[in-house]
Design a protein around this ligand. Structure first.
Ligand SMILES: *Cc1c(COP(=O)(O)O)cnc(C)c1O
Length: 423
């Protein structure tokens, strides 16, 4: 393990760390060359590009990337180059970022609760024409703010997507309680939105990491009921995000199963002849993009003190007990049996704890480096600088992510051979 100074040039960027331009083969090569003193984020642009091409080619409609899952400008450019033209933004900050990074992208403002000034700026300065809503108050806000942005005249080019509340059953992270109009209020809102909108859509979110394709069928049946009830012409059906990735103990059906069921159900809906089907994948497009390298600073029995944690890229590992795949990075692989470990993050806070269990060789010790995989979604994007931690280096690597939905060798999910540390 070398301790040589990093070679090559560094691009300094406050939020995203410094990206070394040299491309390494894998995490072990990064450790060999740099023995990084702070957590290192590894980018796999080839994996994100492959995921994007998969959605662009196989989803039976349009795919909007949900930017909140990972707003890294490097990733945004990878997705754009792979054919993703539409972006789901949830704040004026994301709107400005994507517009500055991808001048020709189509931006859709899909947070159902926005400020009037955000709507006005999005319409006037960033070309946003698609907005979502789940209340009459928000409809009025959009009407007034876009009218102001359009020189006092109600625009004739608005696409309004009414967010319907659906069940989060079958997903690992619920998005059911916060947003969405109930079926009882949907008809009135759809009819009122139809008066303002050039194109009218219905959207929903089944919850993140949805482990069953049937969740989308159930949600689409609710959409059918809303359309029939409201008797309005609907131009867009947006099935939202929730498309899963592969994590230890969570191996979902193949994405083709989701796409097939969504397509069949969508085709049977009473929508306009020229209607479009949309989806808003976040996790599925970026989970494989990042892993991180951490160092063991201390061992106490089966507890490892590492240099990243709940306030860094491991929020979900700490707060929702998410298990990520792990790999000990040693030039000579350990011969010891695997044992379950838990992690402590670097801050002075008891909440900075990740239960796991994370399976690692029994002889792991301080100074060892670990790669933690599948952190591209809601991982690398969640880092804070709490307690003075949070600085990191960024490297590009060319090897495969620890698991993949997109390798094409995953015929039967039960005998998949590309999942590491799946128990
Ligand atoms: C978070 C979010 C998404 C992305 O969800 P994933 O589960 O990451 O696919 C899509 N649409 C909306 C409105 C969201 O809030």
């Amino acid at each position: 393990m070398g301790t040589s100074k990093p070679q090559g040039s560094f691009v300094h960027c406050s939020v995203w760390g410094s990206l070394e331009l040299h491309i390494h083969h894998d995490a072990l090569a990064v450790v060999g060359a740099h023995a990084p003193d702070q957590p290192a984020i590894l980018n796999r642009p080839h994996a994100a590009a492959r995921a994007a091409r998969f959605f662009v080619e196989k989803f039976p409609g349009k795919s909007l990337y949900a930017v909140k899952a990972n707003p890294s400008p490097d990733l945004l450019r990878v997705l754009w180059d792979a054919g993703v033209t539409h972006y789901d933004v949830a704040s004026i900050g994301e709107t400005r970022l994507v517009r500055a990074t991808l001048p020709a992208a189509v931006l859709c403002f899909m947070h159902p609760v926005k400020t009037a000034s955000a709507i006005e700026e999005a319409y006037r300065d960033h070309g946003v024409r698609v907005f979502s809503l789940d209340s009459l108050e928000e409809l009025e806000k959009i009407r007034l703010a876009t009218t102001a942005a359009n020189g006092g005249v109600l625009p004739e080019d608005l696409t309004l997507c009414v967010r319907l509340r659906v069940s989060s059953e079958g997903s690992e992270l619920s998005l059911a309680s916060k947003f969405g109009v109930d079926l009882t209020g949907a008809a009135e809102l759809l009819q009122a939105s139809r008066q303002v909108a050039d194109a009218l859509g219905i959207c929903f979110h089944v919850g993140s990491q949805s482990m069953s394709p049937h969740a989308y069928v159930q949600a689409l049946e609710r959409v059918r009921a809303a359309i029939v009830d409201a008797s309005v012409t609907v131009d867009i059906i947006d099935v939202g995000g929730g498309f899963p990735s592969i994590y230890p103990g969570m191996e979902p059906p193949a994405l083709e199963d989701y796409f097939g069921l969504i397509d069949r159900t969508y085709e049977s809906l009473p929508v306009s002849y020229s209607a479009e089907l949309w989806c808003e994948p976040g996790r599925a497009l970026c989970a494989e993009y990042n892993s991180i390298i951490v160092r063991v600073e201390k061992r106490r029995g089966s507890e490892l003190f590492i240099n990243d944690g709940a306030y860094g890229a491991l929020f979900d590992a700490a707060h929702v007990g998410w298990r990520f795949p792990v790999k000990l990075l040693r030039a000579n692989a350990s011969e010891q049996p695997m044992e379950p470990f838990s992690f402590w993050g670097p801050t002075c806070d008891d909440m900075d704890h990740m239960e796991g269990p994370f399976e690692l060789p029994a002889d792991i010790k301080p100074g060892d480096f670990i790669e933690i995989g599948m952190l591209g979604a809601y991982g690398a994007a969640m880092k804070t600088v709490f307690n003075g931690f949070g600085a990191n280096d960024v490297f590009e690597v060319s090897d495969e992510p620890m698991s993949s939905q997109y390798r094409g060798d995953r015929r039967d999910e039960r005998v998949s051979n590309n999942v590491v540390s799946l128990r």
